[in-house]
Design a protein around this ligand. Structure first.
Ligand SMILES: [Zn+2]
Length: 334
């Protein structure tokens, strides 16, 4: 399976993972799982607010990545850009997730995107980022750690610069102390182009065009998506999930088969993709192996033939005899 490809975007040659094919940053597997869980958890469930909060965090992160990509697309150079890359350490015991990596022949930029509105105070005495009474993990310490970690991936010794990008248009920065040198770590998206040009200017090229491409290819191939058991993380049982097919318009689990169409009984939206998305939700939340009976229960569909048709359309493979027939779905990807 291809994990990356080369794309000309506004004259820039970039390497992007499959998810950016359309120019849109796609949701990570974790983001897809959280969204699927959110749609199927009763609002009265004790973990609902926690899941809702996590979904808001995922959505903000995606929005931030999109804004950064937009500003990077204005840079008129042949740099390699990789998004949402999670790399293992040399001994494989830990992983570091990097929002965006820009590989230039003379320097490598690592961007950590924070899509948070309001006045953000970077307290360099306590190494904390706060907004009013809210305390966040310190993104400066985070990017310093990323920079240190990334050194072991370099094909040869060369400069690496880590930067925190505050992508929200309503974000404002304050520092304590006011003249902290750590200010250099924090940027607004509109300043990226100038900062990159300042850093690159005068630096000798360390990588050839081919080496730049090969390095980006190696990083993309080493990417290990964050993929945890969501039931375990939120202490939820599969039996807590609501059955049904989610309507993309009104957000309820009320899409049903009406004659030849799938229609929302609440808002009357006709959707061909809603049942396919619901089956995808099953593979995200429960697993890739599913029987006809399990799908009918999950979708709240009575007809065995309707369910069978959907499974045959979407399955990759099948195993077992007629009695214990299991359909194998494609593994979800980001
Ligand atoms: Zn609807």
């Amino acid at each position: 399976m291809r994990h990356y490809f080369c794309l000309k975007r506004n004259g820039i040659c970039v390497i992007v993972r499959e998810k950016e094919r359309s120019g849109n940053v796609r949701k990570s597997i974790w983001h897809q799982k959280v969204e699927a869980l959110y749609h199927r958890l009763p609002p009265a469930h004790p973990r609902f607010q926690e899941v809702k909060k996590e979904l808001a965090k995922c959505n903000a992160g995606l929005e931030g990545e999109k804004r950064l990509l937009y500003f990077l697309s204005e840079i008129n150079e042949s740099y390699r850009i990789l998004h949402d890359i999670r790399l293992p350490s040399a001994n494989g015991t830990t992983h570091v997730q990097i929002d965006t990596i820009v590989i230039c022949p003379s320097i490598i930029f690592l961007f950590e995107v924070k899509h948070i509105s309001g006045t953000l105070l970077f307290n360099r005495y306590t190494n904390q980022m706060t907004r009013n009474d809210q305390v966040f993990g310190d993104p400066i310490t985070q990017v310093q750690r990323q920079e240190h970690f990334f050194a072991e991936w370099l094909p040869k010794p060369m400069p690496v610069l880590s930067v925190v990008v505050l992508s929200h248009p309503q974000a404002k920065v304050e520092f304590q102390p006011v003249d902290s040198p750590d200010r250099a770590y924090v940027l607004y998206p509109t300043d990226i182009r100038q900062r990159m040009e300042e850093k690159i200017n005068g630096l000798p090229a360390m990588l050839t065009k081919k080496e730049t491409f090969e390095f980006a290819k190696r990083l993309a191939a080493a990417h290990k998506p964050f993929d945890q058991d969501i039931f375990h993380v939120f202490h939820i049982q599969p039996s807590d999930l609501l059955p049904g097919i989610h309507c993309p318009k009104c957000g309820t689990l009320t899409v049903i088969k009406v004659k030849r169409h799938w229609e929302c009984s609440r808002c009357q939206l006709l959707s061909k993709t809603a049942p396919i998305q619901a089956l995808h939700d099953y593979t995200l939340l429960v697993g890739t192996a599913i029987t006809n009976q399990q799908l009918r229960r999950f979708l709240n569909v009575e007809s065995r033939s309707v369910s069978e048709k959907l499974l045959k359309k979407c399955r990759e493979d099948s195993i077992g005899t007629t009695k214990g027939f299991v359909h194998m779905m494609k593994k979800p990807s980001s």
